[in-house]
Design a protein around this ligand. Structure first.
Ligand SMILES: Cc1cc2nc3c(=O)[nH]c(=O)nc-3n(C[C@H](O)[C@H](O)[C@H](O)COP(=O)(O)OP(=O)(O)OC[C@H]3O[C@@H](n4cnc5c(N)ncnc54)[C@H](O)[C@@H]3O)c2cc1C
Length: 463
């Protein structure tokens, strides 16, 4: 292990991507809070020193998102400080094959994977796939390779759940072929770093697709939702996030639970459950507090939800797409001309607006957290200096602090609930923190409305 990797682990800022385990020949294990962590002690013959640091997306700032994008996407014409380099930006949904109905947003994720496979441009899709669970704390999803349309369909939906790349990249090294790699931004960055370090991986990862990311969630988040809906962790067979229905608005997050010994799926709204509102940050790794890449700027293509007023009420879902690879732009536009997908214009500014909350948390919030770490002389990863990293006022700063408290407390409270077999421990502990957070957010909203009104009043008086 290097000093850099040790520092990341000691500071609790490892996201568990598996980049270092793959490079060093180590392995990944789940910790007691449901996060993957590297085990490198018995690793032999793999990367060491600077090369090992370069495998970690939170180290080697000389290979940051801007540098990687310039190296990997040299021909991509445009650049925006929020969405990174881009060739084309649009909203989209899949019209053919039931992909939209089966997907979380517009179904473009699964449709694009299927299209690349059908056209023979790839041999397989590396993405999170449902896993078989034996124990109550086993993961619900793992990276795997889909090689058929049916397998791609089985893996559809957003899996708000940690996954790691070391095992699947080892399989890519063993099995020749061209692959599409899908993942959240830091895992795409780790895969792209692996491409720089390993010529076999570089040749075989033909395309990368990033999912826009609010933050990662530990295995325990899925368990907490299932348990909150009345199914104890050991009885949960499978979970599906973002289940769609005509009666459910796109922004409401419903999930489906399958119990052991009962193949029926029960559907539940996550919002009323403890920590169930995604953006509250329950069971989030601390690493996400030191991320500035909301959209996966190093990927050939990024897809997320088109959270814009004109799409927000369509329960069928809509993607925002940022293509950085002209070949993929052409492929999607050709399918649009044939009526197989529907695309509509969207500007880079709108794409960023569609992720406004994510950018606030990872730019304004990040500026606050970096300044605080500097004042306390605490090691944190070196980040890019981006134009919108402006420090917030005291009220917003308190909200960002409390969000971090939500993440840490949710992890320990849920662990205690598991150890004592009583979810009420988690519910009660978190109710107190959420009450404080709600109070602060209401004050911030009232303050915002007041300042807008005062500004309007002054400008009327002046004119
Ligand atoms: C942790 C997480 C946080 C997210 N946060 C946001 C956000 O803040 N804003 C936003 O707009 N969108 C976010 N997304 C993306 C969004 O939820 C949808 O996944 C995306 O819009 C694709 O929808 P789709 O209908 O096109 O894809 P689908 O047709 O449903 O296909 C999704 C594809 O992604 C793969 N996949 C899903 N989860 C993972 C994973 N964890 N790792 C690797 N592959 C995976 C699936 O295997 C499948 O192939 C997030 C996704 C994840 C996993």
């Amino acid at each position: 292990m290097t000093e850099g990797v040790e520092r990341v682990l000691a500071s609790g800022l490892c996201v568990g991507c598996g980049g270092c385990a793959f490079a060093a020949g180590g392995r990944m294990e789940l910790d007691t809070h449901g996060f993957f962590q590297p085990v490198l002690d018995d690793a032999v013959g793999g990367a060491k020193g600077r090369e090992l640091d370069a495998a970690c997306p939170f180290l080697a700032p000389e290979l940051n998102e801007d540098v990687l994008a310039d190296r990997l996407l040299p021909a991509t014409a445009h650049r925006d400080h929020k969405i990174g380099k881009y060739d084309s930006v649009f909203s989209a949904h899949a019209e053919e094959g039931g992909f939209r109905r089966a997907g979380s947003s517009g179904g473009i994720g699964s449709w694009l994977a299927a299209e690349l496979l059908r056209k023979g441009l790839i041999d397989g899709v590396i993405h999170a796939r449902p896993a078989v669970r034996d124990g109550g704390e086993d993961p619900f999803f793992r990276y795997g390779i889909s090689r058929s349309l049916d397998e791609i369909r089985e893996a559809a939906h957003s899996h708000y759940h940690v996954v790691e790349i070391s095992e699947v990249l080892a399989e890519v090294k063993r099995v020749p072929g061209r692959y599409l790699f899908m993942g959240v931004p830091c895992l795409v960055k780790a895969a792209n770093r692996a491409k720089l370090l390993d010529p076999v991986i570089a040749e075989r990862l033909a395309y990368t697709l990033a999912l826009v990311c609010g933050h990662f969630k530990s295995v325990h988040w899925a368990m907490s939702l299932g348990w909150g809906a009345g199914v104890p962790p050991e009885d949960i067979k499978a979970i599906t996030f973002r289940v769609k229905s005509e009666n459910v608005p796109a922004k409401a997050y419903y999930f489906g639970i399958r119990q052991r010994g009962n193949d029926a799926v029960s559907i539940h709204d996550s919002a009323p459950l403890t920590g169930g509102k995604f953006n509250l940050g329950a069971m989030m790794p601390d690493a996400c507090n030191y991320c500035d890449d909301v959209v996966g700027e190093t990927a050939d293509i990024t897809i997320g939800d088109a959270w814009l007023p004109r799409y927000a009420f369509d329960w069928r879902g809509k993607n925002m797409v940022v293509s950085r690879n002209p070949d993929l732009t052409r492929l999607i536009r050709a399918a649009a001309e044939e009526g197989r997908v529907v695309i509509e214009p969207m500007t880079a500014k709108e794409a960023a607006e569609a992720q406004a909350g994510g950018f606030r948390q990872r730019r304004e919030g990040l500026a606050h957290r970096l300044a605080r770490a500097k004042a306390k002389k605490r090691w944190v990863p070196e980040k890019r200096a981006l134009p919108d990293m402006v420090r917030p006022g005291p009220l917003r700063a308190r909200i960002y602090n409390l969000r971090e408290e939500v993440s840490t407390r949710s992890r320990t409270a849920f662990r205690a609930a598991l150890d004592r077999g009583d979810i009420a421990i988690y519910d009660q502990e978190m109710a107190r923190v959420f009450k404080r957070l709600r109070r602060l957010e209401l004050s911030a909203a009232a303050f915002r409305i007041l300042s807008v009104r005062l500004r309007a009043l002054f400008s009327r008086r002046r004119s």
